[in-house]
Design a protein around this ligand. Sequence first.
Ligand SMILES: [Zn+2]
Length: 472
Amino acid sequence: MRKWVSLLLLAAITLTGCSVDLSGLLNPPRSLDVPRMAEEVAAVRQLDLLQPIPCETLDPQQLEVKLAEMNEQEADPAQTLAAEKVMKFLGLLPAGEDLQAVMDSLYGEQILGFYDPQEGRLYLVDRSGGSAGAAGAPQNWAVLDQERITVAHELVHGLTDQHFDLLRFDEPKWSDDDDTATAVDCLIEGDASLGETLYLTQEGQDWGSLLGLLLAGVSQDSSQLDAAPPYIRDSLLFPYQAGLLFVQTLYEVGGWTAVDKAYEEPPTSTEQILHPQKYIQGNDPPLAIPLPSSPPALADWRLVYENVLGEFDFAAWFRTFLPSEEADRAAAGWGGCRYQLWEEGSRQSFLLSSRWDSAKDAREARLALERWLVERFPGVTRQDGSATTQQGAEVTAILDSQEEELKLVIAPSPALALELFQQLNSPRRLNGPRQGVQGHINLRQHTATPSSPTNSSATRQLRPSYPSPAMM
Ligand SMILES: [Zn+2]
């Protein structure tokens, strides 16, 4: 269920820049006729409705039960815990937070409806509290309009599922690469967001729907979302906002046919979502980055999680300590990445290897990571050149960029950090005659005690990870 959940439709709608004709407010919204809407949405999305899409309404308590059921079937608690550990290590989730609980409360607050591809059924969440009719007419209109918009969005999911089989994107091969999984989410959510918007702006539809949505959006409680760690909030919104712009670009280039084709050749990175031309031109596919599968230095350690940080992740990570524009610039030029988090008791080690489009791109990312290390591990001392240590130090980090490559090792001792760094470079030898790292320059060593992220401004998130660390 990490996909196909309508969270902030308001955010998606406002991005499209439609102008709203206020005269629609004079027309009361039509009642909710889902079978009829399914035909209308199918016509807009230009996909035949192959079979009816049943719709069921849940109150918030029933939603809770349904989410728990779906979680039971689909979520892997070990994966969620692993994602939580990575987020906490990177300072993206405050130390005391429980990722599952954060996500549960966000879903409880933000879900307006969802499409369940297992059942081919659409669920609508009734948040009126049984007070329909008690409130004034405009409020009722707003609720009804919000429901119509939600239903339109979920009907697009239903249609694309009937034609392109959304369940195949939940297969294990997608969980090996969070960045690709997020890119696919962006296609799916961007499609539904564009379809919903075009449905609402069709001639003959009442513009009051859009206004009603705005009214409903204003009245909807978003306190949990507002209070969520920024990385999690960014991750929740990304498939809707960036996904919409991505799908909109495809649509402008080749209409719905181009969007349909994207299901056959899905985007493979969030870099392609953020820069749709890269997807359209197909000239910058993500690079596979080798990591040692079982570093001898970590023989007694346990691999907590191994995955990919994409351009979205780097940008969202960098935004936790840099202004947005600077963060986005430092994350641009992403080429490929792989990371591992290991643990032994309470000790943790982190390995990251990445490749960038140019040496300049790698250098920009390195400068950002240097800033992060200083902020994440206050009191850090930085030494250039050879690896040295400090008495009583708990963390040693080695950050190194060579041409387009950027590597980072964080370990609880200088000796282990250095050994891991050397092992991290060993896959390079398998890849042909690239320069070795001996005598490398710009070796940085950071030695400090990790700060608690709870009281720092850097308490943001790493990765959209729920229930699998791949993001909703
Ligand atoms: Zn959706």
